[in-house]
Design a protein around this ligand. Structure first.
Ligand SMILES: O=C(O)CCC(=O)C(=O)O
Ligand SMILES: [Fe+2]
Length: 257
């Protein structure tokens, strides 16, 4: 997977554009969070693909070059499913909810990958690879394609670098699990910075809920106390998530009661 990603981003722009996003869709090669023509874009190229459920795949947008790309992504997606499934099960247990509660919401384990390529920049301190945001998903499993640092997480108002560990995935919580858990798990504010001389690539595998889910604090967690977040359909949540430029935890906090 790592080798195929490196090869794909090395292709000439015209070849990559064969897999470009279609109008009004984020899937394919392009950018995310473009909400106006005069906005300053993040210093990154992205390839976003839906990987699960299998019938949701738009294989035409999966790179045909390098030749092994599609097979590599299929295998990688299957392995991720098993890691995410285990983590979700453990989280359900930790929250004291029946494992079925989570497995119904994450049934068939909807999954997408956002493959990020960050070229170096001679004025690295004046750009961001990805502006500060939280992921609009349940659980993210991040793969560092090379061992170049760039991910930063925010805690107590300060930014901390996350060092890539060889052979490890970086796991973090997105808005959906913060809401479902009524705030027991917190969605992680993070951003990616750019290096002067080294390029960097990552694969963020996003594990979200079933499309027909209602996203709100789980009854079993709220019990006698008050729900801390509004409930809405997942469709409505996604519309809200993608309609504004991300800014730290602003979106998830705007859904707090
Ligand atoms: O590339 C990184 O380090 C972070 C990627 C990320 O946050 C994302 O794709 O949502
Ligand atoms: Fe992210």
């Amino acid at each position: 997977m790592k080798a195929d990603i490196v090869e794909f981003f090395k292709l000439p722009l015209e070849e990559k554009k064969a897999f470009a996003q279609l109008p009004n869709s984020l899937e394919g090669y392009g950018q995310a969070f473009v909400v106006s023509d005069d906005q300053k874009l993040d210093w990154a190229d992205m390839l976003t693909l839906i990987t699960r459920p299998l019938q949701s795949r738009n294989i035409d947008l999966w790179p045909a070059q390098p030749l092994t790309f599609r097979d590599s992504l299929s295998c990688y997606s299957m392995e991720l499913k098993s890691v995410a499934g285990t983590l979700l099960e453990v989280m359900a247990k930790n929250l004291g909810v029946a494992p079925e509660e989570f497995s119904t919401i994450f049934q068939d384990q909807p999954q997408g990958v956002k493959i990020n390529y960050y070229p170096p920049c001679p004025r690295a301190d004046e750009v961001l690879g990805l502006s500060s945001h939280t992921d609009g998903t349940g659980l993210t499993l991040l793969l560092h394609v090379n061992d170049v640092e760039g991910l930063q997480i925010r805690k107590g108002g300060n930014w901390f670098p996350v060092k890539p560990l060889p052979g490890a995935l970086t796991a973090y919580i997105g808005d959906i699990i913060e809401i479902l858990s009524n705030g027991v798990y917190k969605s992680l504010e993070h951003r990616a910075i750019i290096n002067l001389k080294e390029d960097r690539a990552t694969v963020a595998a996003l594990h979200g809920p079933r499309e027909d889910s209602v996203i709100g604090p789980l009854a079993e967690i709220v019990k006698g106390c008050k729900p801390k977040y509004v409930s809405m359909s997942y469709g409505e949540f996604m519309k809200t998530y993608f309609s504004t430029k991300p800014e730290g935890r602003r979106l998830v906090e705007s859904l707090m009661l």
